[in-house]
Design a protein around this ligand. Sequence first.
Ligand code: APR
Length: 315
Amino acid sequence: SKKPRVAVLGAAGGIGQPLALLLKASPLIGELSLYDIVGTEGVAADLSHIDSSVKVSSATGAEKLSDALYGCDLVVIPAGVPRKPGMTRDDLFNINASIVRDLCAAVAKYCPQAWVAIISNPVNSTVPIAAEVFKRAGTYDPRKLLGVTKLDVLRANMFIAEAIGKAPESVSVPVIGGHAGVTILPLLSQATPRVDVSAEKAKALTERIQDAGTEVVKAKAGKGSATLSMAYAAAKFAESCVLALQGQAVVECAYVESHLTDLPFFASQVRLGPSGVEEYLPLGRFSELEAKGFEALKSELRGSIQKGIDFVRKG
Ligand code: APR
């Protein structure tokens, strides 16, 4: 079948540029449509010299958004402002909430069938915002709206691989919940290979995974948040979406509308297929630490979801 057309909205940004590069280099992508409010042409021209068959086009500014979205199968959204030191993900809320709302309204209009993968933070709220926008437009398909939490999985894999002395490529840790602080819940007890560490060590590893974004914010000292690792995670996730679109079953962790818990949106392992999320894998048994973590994340995640919904309803 025809290789998919993938849009990156926010393509000139810190995440957008390396994401565009990785997608340009991907054998799975047919066309790459780059959109930003500034600087898109330069990124597209630069990438267009790479000898890959992926066809790159660019569009700049709201009046060109329709061109960017037309015919897209997958829309990846890293548009927004990044977190600066001292800023929590929620400080970004108002700016990024408006950006995601407006971009998703355009998706509903110009490529209503497309899958949408959201990176713009706070993901715990921006995914419910997108859902609300699509509902209003009458285009909502919960199976095709995905919050990208794969960086949390990569971090969990990496940190645990280091802790148990295994190659990171051989480690796989499900991460559930949300995409900020304590809402990020790595399930060490369900890791492959088995993670045999003390309760104390498990707690420390969990906390490092939950705070990993801040490690990068601090190290970048005022220049932004994770971009390269986020782009890598998003590119891998986009490739999984593209494989699924073309009929291959793939399992990924993603933040989606879900009925696995009493929270309306929840990140968990999902099986993706041609129509989007086709199966929500059971959460499995929690360790004592994980059960506590699950209880602890509920109120924050519920609040972030409601904040997103209210932003669209009351805004
Ligand atoms: N439409 C499209 N692009 C936009 C819009 C918009 N309405 N508003 C801003 N952008 C673009 C900016 O022009 C910029 O190129 O989004 C890009 C964001 O890039 P950076 O400022 O470098 O931010 P980045 O580090 O990439 O993070 C972006 O992802 O992880 C999240 O918290 C992070 O929400 C933030 C987002």
